[in-house]
Design a protein around this ligand. Structure first.
Ligand SMILES: CC(C)(COP(=O)(O)OP(=O)(O)OC[C@H]1O[C@@H](n2cnc3c(N)ncnc32)[C@H](O)[C@@H]1OP(=O)(O)O)[C@@H](O)C(=O)NCCC(=O)NCCS
Length: 165
């Protein structure tokens, strides 16, 4: 398995892979050349024999200079449970730590128990909330569009930012 930065020319292959794994067309603003162009230092893919088997897309927060945010992580169904997600996260943590970030945040849907297990194993804590759903603290209307989310937070080792990742 090779892990590398995503480039704008990977956009089509990422959309195809995500749609294939999701089982229906998967569209999102982040699956666009402009997103990848501006956030590619924190967008990584895992490949095997030239084929994409997983990816993580995130960014360095502008408003919170010690934080990074993971927008999405996906691994090919046939490759899950084999360390691909963990390898992607380790490289992401290394990169954002090198950029001076000491906190990584991400969220997931309350129903996504696999994601909650994965993030817990990766050392994230679930941020306490006033409400719980199925025993899990949930932030209501997290996105301002009615979407409830479980909020994760992890501290990482940060080093001095030297100007590039
Ligand atoms: C969540 C996801 C990215 C995990 O990737 P993965 O490659 O299967 O995870 P890994 O094999 O690297 O697992 C890392 C650790 O998490 C644990 N883990 C992963 N999935 C788990 C699950 N469903 N239940 C329990 N533990 C799990 C592994 O056992 C491993 O722990 P270990 O180091 O103690 O062995 C993958 O299941 C996926 O793509 N899901 C669909 C998309 C999604 O829901 N993304 C998250 C929301 S944006």
């Amino acid at each position: 398995m090779n892990i590398r930065q995503i480039h704008p020319e990977d956009c089509k292959a990422i959309i195809e892979a995500a749609s294939d794994w999701w089982g229906r067309p998967y569209s999102s603003d982040m699956f666009s050349k402009w997103y990848i162009e501006h956030f590619q230092d924190t967008c990584l893919l895992a490949e095997e024999d030239g084929k994409i088997i997983g990816f993580v897309m995130g960014f360095l927060s502008q408003s919170k200079p010690n934080e990074a945010y993971i927008r999405i992580v996906m691994v090919a169904p046939s490759r899950r449970g084999k360390g691909v997600g963990q390898a992607l996260y380790k490289e992401f943590f290394k990169r954002v730590g090198a950029a001076g970030r000491s906190i990584v945040r991400c969220v997931t849907a309350p129903a996504n128990k696999n994601s909650i297990e994965f993030h817990t194993r990766m050392g994230f804590i679930v941020e306490p909330q006033e409400q719980e759903l199925d025993g899990v603290p949930v932030c209501l209307d997290y996105d301002g569009r009615g979407g409830n989310r479980v909020l994760f937070k992890k501290g990482i080792v940060s080093s001095t930012y030297e100007g590039s990742l």
